[in-house]
Design a protein around this ligand. Structure first.
Ligand code: HEC
Length: 197
C-alpha cells in the first residue's frame, strides 16, 4: 500500500517538473513576426558563415611555431571588420561581446552577460531571439535582439589558449586580457545584434 502511494506521488510530480522545465524555454522564445523571423534566419546564416570563416583562417596557423600580430590581422581582425560592415549595410547594430573579453570594447553588458550565461548552460542552442526596443538619439526603436554563440575551435587556442602560451603581441597589447584559458567547445562569446523592424 505504502509503495503504491509513493509511486503515485512521484508520478504526479512529473507534470510539475515538466512545467518547471517548460517555463524558461517559453520565456526564451517569444513570438516573432514572419518578417522578423526571416531577418533573424538570414542574420544567423551570415553570422554562422563569419564563424566558419574565422575557424578556417585560424586553422591555417596549424603547426606554426610563433604566432604574431600579422596572424591576428588575418584571423580575428577581419572578422570584426566584416561584422561591422555587414551591420552598417543592413542598418543593424552588431558587435562581438564576451564576459571574458580581450578588447575591453567587447565587454558584455549586464543583459548580454545574462544571455551568455543562458547560452553557456545550453550548449545546443544555435541562437536566442526576442523582440525588444532600444533607445537611439532619445527615440525608442522596435526590433529583435539576436544573440548567436561563438564557440571555441581547437584552432582558436593559438591565441585564446593557456595564459602562459599566449603570443607575445597579445601579452603586450592587452594587459587586462581575460580571453585566455579556453578549451575546445567552450563558449567564447556571442554576436549581439539588434535588428530594427
Ligand atoms: C592570431 C591570434 C588569434 C586567433 C588564432 C584567434 N583570435 Fe580571437 N582575438 C584575437 C585578438 C588579438 C583579439 C582582440 C581583438 C580586438 O582588439 O578587438 C581577439 C578577439 C576575439 C573576439 C572578440 C571578443 C574579445 O575577446 O575581445 C572573439 C569573439 C574571438 N576573438 C573569437 C575567436 C575564435 C572563435 C577563434 C578561433 C576560431 C579566435 N578568436 C582565434 C586573436 C586571435
Amino acid at each position: 500500500m505504502k509503495r503504491m502511494s509513493l509511486r503515485k506521488v512521484s508520478l504526479s510530480l512529473i507534470p510539475v517538473f515538466g512545467l518547471v522545465l517548460l517555463v524558461p524555454s517559453l520565456q526564451a522564445r517569444p513570438k516573432l513576426s514572419p518578417k522578423q523571423q526571416q531577418a533573424v534566419t538570414e542574420a544567423v546564416g551570415t553570422l554562422t558563415s563569419f564563424s566558419t570563416l574565422r575557424e578556417g583562417l585560424a586553422s591555417t596557423l596549424e603547426g606554426q611555431e610563433e604566432v604574431t600580430i600579422e596572424d591576428f590581422r588575418r584571423v580575428c581582425a577581419p572578422i570584426g571588420q566584416q561584422v561591422r560592415a555587414w551591420a552598417e549595410e543592413k542598418g543593424y547594430q552588431a558587435k562581438q561581446v564576451s564576459t571574458r573579453y580581450r578588447n575591453p570594447n567587447n565587454k558584455a553588458s549586464e543583459e548580454e552577460a545574462r544571455e551568455l550565461a543562458w547560452l553557456k548552460a545550453n550548449p545546443n542552442l544555435k541562437m536566442q531571439a526576442r523582440p525588444g526596443q532600444i533607445k537611439v538619439n532619445e527615440e525608442m526603436i522596435s526590433g529583435v535582439h539576436l544573440y548567436v554563440p561563438i564557440r571555441v575551435a581547437s584552432s582558436c587556442l593559438h591565441c585564446h589558449g593557456a595564459q602562459d602560451s599566449r603570443p607575445e603581441f597579445v601579452r603586450q597589447n592587452y594587459p587586462e586580457d581575460k580571453a585566455h584559458g579556453f578549451k575546445t567547445g567552450d563558449l567564447r562569446g556571442m554576436y549581439s545584434v539588434f535588428i530594427k523592424d
